[in-house]
Write a protein that binds this ligand. Structure first.
Ligand code: SAM
Length: 409
């Protein structure tokens, strides 16, 4: 794996000493090794011995991902794979935590300074209570989760996410970790060139990675990023200001925001839904419908539904549910999102899934905006089925709210 596809610098990105950088690089490469070398070994193990042994014991072939899992968990190769994966994930966060602890006072101070000078709003209510599905465990093993604060005006979790997610995605979400937002923005540019939203809401924005491309495409729009994590939106606000973008952030629950009815023309989210819950997801859809103006668009970019892939791929992906503190990961992929959107008030004929091609791949293909080495690095990656939408790219659920005439009828 090349090391050249580096994270873009900005004023509050944590720095790394040589030792810290080397630990981070090791964690990222270890993850890459598991994906490129150990993961492909699971298929022959399954076909060669696990499926046969399941059939012998049960008198039938494995029927679905649950049967496959029942057979695989007893296999020594799978056990090694799953433990290596978990260790890599813990190592990855740990390599960043120690680096952030070292520079926390200066990062907090710099963030406060950038936020203080920003024109855009930052709203962090004193009495906010985040939902239990976010605070009950450290999602994807990120120490402290999204909401922990260790001192006043703390941004440490935001800094941890910013650097950690770059390593987690092994650089494949681009130098600004913004590939999901950038890909949806490119999709809008291509398919709806006349769409000019005046107000845009990004739900579950974390540190605003995906939020900022919307401000770049629609510079006149009022853009809001909301998240239940206070340190995340604090960091997001300072990061956007440091990058010269005027974007508002607030600590708010996407299930129940404080925006007026019909306030936004575009409501988006990027990998938010699978980190909520079976009760919360319908409420997020209903809230998106409420805050959309007539004719407005809701777009959720998230994991493709399980029914689009074969049972073995489902089993591989569902390991996130079992071993990476992602309790809703599998269940969300089984939900009927079109029916949920309809229940939230969208007309079924105005709801559909589509694929937003990855901006990073399009850049690589066009060799535009990235160095030659970076382009080759991206082009080298195999985008395995199931991780992405069919054909490669992000899976997007798109729903249009009825226009004023239809609502009045
Ligand atoms: C995987 S991260 C999203 C990443 C981000 N959208 C991006 O593209 O970089 C999920 C985020 O959703 C937030 N979240 C979970 N439930 C939420 C809710 N009900 N309302 C707002 N944010 C929520 C979490 O705090 C977390 O920051």
């Amino acid at each position: 794996m090349l090391n050249t596809f580096q994270q873009a610098d900005h004023p509050i990105l944590p720095t790394a000493t040589a030792d810290e950088a080397s630990r981070q690089e090791f964690a990222k490469s270890f993850k890459g090794f598991i994906q490129s070398t150990l993961l492909p070994g699971l298929t022959p193990i399954y076909q060669g011995r696990v499926a046969r042994s399941f059939e012998k014991s049960n008198g039938r072939a494995p029927a679905d991902r649950r049967d496959i899992r029942a057979g695989m968990v007893d296999d020594i190769y799978f056990q090694h794979y799953a433990s290596a994966n978990r260790v890599a994930q813990e190592l990855l966060w740990e390599s960043v935590v120690s680096s952030i602890d070292r520079q926390l006072p200066e990062l907090n101070a710099k963030a406060a300074q950038l936020s203080g000078a920003a024109k855009a709003a930052l709203d962090i209510p004193a009495d906010f209570v985040p939902p239990r599905y976010v605070t009950a465990l450290d999602i994807h093993c990120m120490p402290g989760g999204y909401c922990s604060e260790v001192c006043e005006d703390d941004i440490s979790v935001g800094a941890l996410y910013d650097r950690g997610v770059y390593l987690y995605s092994m650089g494949y979400t681009g130098p600004n970790n913004d590939d999901m937002g950038r890909s949806v923005v490119n999709y809008l540019k291509r398919h709806m060139p006349d769409f000019q939203p005046r107000r845009i809401l990004d739900m579950g924005c974390t540190v605003g990675h995906s939020t900022l491309p919307y401000k770049e495409l629609f510079p006149e729009a009022e853009v809001w990023g909301i998240d239940v994590g206070g340190p995340c939106v604090r960091y997001a606000h300072a990061r956007a200001a440091g990058m010269g973008l005027d974007v508002n952030f607030a600590q708010m629950n996407a299930e129940e925001t404080s925006f007026p009815d019909g306030h936004f023309d575009l409501v988006v989210s990027h990998i938010l839904l699978h980190e909520t819950s079976g009760k919360a997801m319908p409420r997020v859809f209903a809230e998106a419908h409420r805050v959309l103006a007539p004719g407005g668009l809701m777009i959720h970019a998230d994991l493709p539904p399980f029914d689009l892939m074969d049972p073995f791929t489902q089993f591989i992906l569902d390991n996130e549910t079992w071993y990476n503190n992602e309790p809703f990961w599998g269940a969300m992929r089984d939900m009927d999102q079109i029916a949920l959107a309809e229940k939230a008030g969208f007309d079924r004929s105005q709801v559909r899934f589509d694929t937003a091609p990855m901006a990073v791949m399009e850049f690589a293909a066009a060799a535009e905006g990235y160095s030659q080495e970076a382009s080759e690095h991206v082009a080298e990656r195999e985008f395995t089925a199931g991780e992405f939408a069919p054909g490669g790219g992000w899976e997007v659920l798109i729903a249009r709210k009825a226009d004023a005439a239809a609502l009045a009828a």
